[in-house]
Design a protein around this ligand. Structure first.
Ligand code: ZN
Length: 250
């Protein structure tokens, strides 16, 4: 009898909880942040597009076997970055963890916790017959009237180049962030990031850095995924499962 009553109460509590959650979700309005429109952005779109195209032409392919990486290609990509974004490399502190690049943009206020923006420049392999089944060569970086073509155009050289173009632009405007910003560009994300993101995490832990938040390439923009929501929905991944050991990340 007691057990039955307990389950009864639990069911009522659960129904109430569900009711409150649904009502709150329904009533929720996103925070409206004012955008500072005082200073117009004058971006060099052509440069950004050409740099994305150029970045795709480096065949920085991840392989499950680290021995099989073509590290020359990764090094060429990094040398090109240093040349093309010399402004960034002049103003930010750089550190290489293998072929993964970590940059530190010092903020004005050292009492604030830093943030980390990440991207990765390795790409998944293409099939041997890619030339005959792809519309364009996967490493051509071809620019047409609508698209930049190739491996990494979406995942994730676009992310890397977008971050670098934004920082490059802000440096020309003499912008200094309030809080320190770390930028990390991994070379082995597609196979788990053990020698890239893993090493960056280890390094930051050893430096005693506590991040306020970190932002990676994120997930997908999905349409028609939630009933009743007709706008595209950006899925926020708040965690990713990983093994931890005493040294931290991996
Ligand atoms: Zn990715």
């Amino acid at each position: 009898m007691m057990v039955k009553r307990f389950f009864g109460y639990s069911l009522v509590a659960l129904a109430l909880l569900l009711f409150v959650i649904l009502i709150r979700a329904y009533m929720h309005q996103p925070d409206i942040h004012e955008t500072n429109t005082e200073r117009a952005l004058v971006l060099d779109e052509r440069k950004a597009i050409e740099n994305l195209s150029r970045s795709i032409q480096f065949e920085t392919i991840s392989h499950p076997d680290y021995e099989k990486f073509d590290y020359d290609e990764f090094q060429s990509f990094l040398s090109w970055l240093e040349e093309e974004y010399f402004h960034i490399f002049k103003n930010l502190e750089k550190k290489y963890l293998g072929e993964t690049l970590l940059l530190k943009w010092k903020g004005k206020d050292s009492s604030l916790d830093p943030i980390l923006l990440t991207g990765h420049y390795d790409v998944v392999p293409v099939r041997d017959d890619a030339d005959s089944i792809w519309q364009e060569n996967p490493f051509s970086g071809k620019i047409d009237n609508e698209y930049v073509w190739g491996r990494g155009a979406l995942d994730d050289k676009s992310g890397v180049i977008a971050i670098l173009e934004a920082v490059d632009y802000l440096l020309t405007q003499d912008f200094v962030p309030n809080k320190t910003i770390y930028l990390s560009f991994g070379h082995d994300e597609e196979i788990g990031g053990r020698r890239g993101a893993g090493k960056v995490a280890e390094f930051l832990i050893n430096e005693g850095v506590e991040l306020e938040w970190t932002l990676d390439e994120g997930s997908f923009l999905l349409k028609d995924i939630i009933p009743g929501v007709d706008k595209p929905v950006a899925v926020i991944n708040v965690a990713e499962k990983r093994e931890f050991n005493h040294r931290g990340y991996w």
